[in-house]
Structures are given as structure tokens and as C-alpha cells.
Design a binder for this molecule. Sequence first.
Ligand code: AQP
Length: 333
Amino acid sequence: MTNSKKRIFSGVQPTGNLHLGNYLGAIRAWVDMQHQYESLFCIVDLHAITVAQDPAKLRTAIRETTAAYIACGIDPVKNIIFPQSAVAEHSELAWILSCNTPIGWLNRMTQFKDKAGKDREKAPLGLYSYPVLMAADILLYKTTHVPVGEDQKQHIELARDIAGAFNRNFNAEYFPLPEPVIRAEAARIMSLRDGTKKMSKSDESDYSRINLTDDVTTIALKFRKAKSDMIDGMDFDESRPESKNLLGIYVALKGISKEQALHECGELNFSAFKNLITEVAVEHLSPITQKMRELLAEPDYLDKILQDGSNRAKEIATKTMSDVKNLVGFLQV
Ligand code: AQP
């Protein structure tokens, strides 16, 4: 019963402005893959509420994330773009999968440990079971490939384990084991304020990230204020995380090799390199920012895309759930 079609599923949490890490680590791969795969791009709002969200801001962020997908080059006609909460089967499958997932597997998840912090007893259950919901997101569409940043690798591996457990428990080759697709050149974009920390929406300092909505002046200011060191020249040495990160961003934005980047920039000092990377980033991101602005001025258009996407996603989801209920032994009365 496995699906022989190649299908991708991926998503971003509407928890704030999308940043360069989301773009280079995930969305750009989606743009490149959308023509070879049947693709679903989800705005994962159920995941977003694993951390408290202001309802009005969440609504805005869902539309902003939709606009960002389209502005980055995702075709909403060819592909399915939809909010996770509009397809109730995500939560339904998550429950069934959670009954097939040993707690020990969840205890290994590093993202929970990072996000829950020291006071784990007070963390919401949803934050802990987040990876099971993520497995449901992926398996509901019998996804074969999941393009993500490196931070999500452990969750995809868990989704594979859960798919295997379900198949074994119900003696069926039902779910394909999804493959992570992680691009080496932008697997983990780091904070501009600390080259050892992931660039993240939830970082308190806006100077830690380049948002897709930042204007030219803000991008220039953020790169100017980015942490640097006193060593001459730019290189990829592990001992120089900020140099390595900025050069990595340069490589990813320009689509060149590391060797080429070193040839172009190896002799520059930090401040000259910051001017250069600002130019490259502005050239690359300005059309996206402009397109996002245009799309956000048309909320009805965005809602229509989400509605259409939800209907198309639901068609696939109801079929899977019917099969799953049958395998599990539920009566479909
Ligand atoms: N810094 C990053 N470098 C490369 N890829 C990244 N991704 C996120 N940050 C980086 C990838 O973007 C996709 C969507 O991520 P997400 O928003 O759903 O969740 P996240 O990984 O938790 O991202 P943030 O920005 O850190 O969000 P918050 O702060 O809300 O938790 C994923 O494919 C992710 O790998």
C-alpha cells in the first residue's frame, strides 16, 4: 500500500517574522523542489501554540508566513499551501501515532530539552509531544521527502521510527519512511550576535537575525552590528564561528562554492566583508520583501489560497485517515 509517488511536506511555524535561516535552510529548497515533487507547504499553527501565542498576532503571522512562501517563489496553484489547523486529521493521526510511540523515544528529543529549559515539569504536554504531531503532519500525506534545516533532522528520524512502528504493529507496509533533505551549505544559519547559536525567530534580539521583512537600512545596520573578531581575513575555521557563519551565508546567497567565496573574500577584513554581504543580501532579499508587502495588502487573496490549499490537503488526509482507522480496527460508521 506504500505510495510510489514522490511527495514533499514541510512547514514553518507562524511564530514571528521569517528569517534568513528559515529561507536558506528550508524554503529555498522547497522552491527548487516544487517542480519535481507533488508538494504540500504547511503553516504549522498547531506547532506554534506549543509556546503561548497572542491570538491576534498569531492570525497576522499565519498570513505573513503564507505571503512569505509565495514571495519566495512557491507557486500556490501548482502546490498546496495551507494552515495545519484547517485539516483536523493532523491532530487525529497524532493521537493514533502517540499510542504507537514509546515515551523513551520522546525523551531523547533535544529540541524539547532546549525549549523546556530547566523547569521541565511546567512545560506544556504539547511541547513534549510536538515531534509526534510532526510525524503525523508528514505521514498523513504519505510524504517521501522532507526538506528542512539540520535542527529538524532528529524529528524526521523519529517520524521514520514512528512510521516503522505503526507498520509493524499493524502488519502493513502502509507509511513510506520519509527521507530528510538537508542542504549542506545552509543547514544551520547562526545568530548574527553569537555564531554558536542558531538564528531563530524567538531570539529576544532582533539584531540576531535578518527578517524577510527588513528594509535595506535595517539589513545594513544588522550586518554592521553583527559580532566579529579581531583576526585579519575571512575563513571557515571552526574557531571563528562568526566568520564561518557570515561566509556561509554569502556562499548560500550567491550559490557559489566555499573555495570561490574564499577566493573572493578571504583577504577582506570583517568590516569590508560586512559591506559586501549587505549588498548581496539586499540584492537577493529586496524582491522578496517587496512582493511580501504587495501580498499582505491583499488578505482576501491570501485567505483564498489557504482555503483552496486546505480543501486539497483534506482530500488526501481523509483518504489516509480512512485507511489508518481501518488498520487500527475502528468502525467507520
Ligand atoms: N537557523 C536556521 N538555519 C537553517 N534552517 C533553519 N530553520 C529554522 N532556523 C534555521 C528551518 O526552518 C524551517 C522552519 O522552522 P520553524 O520556524 O518551524 O521552527 P524552528 O526550527 O524552531 O525555527 P525558529 O526560527 O528557531 O523558530 P522558533 O524560534 O519559533 O522556535 C525548519 O525546516 C527549520 O529546520
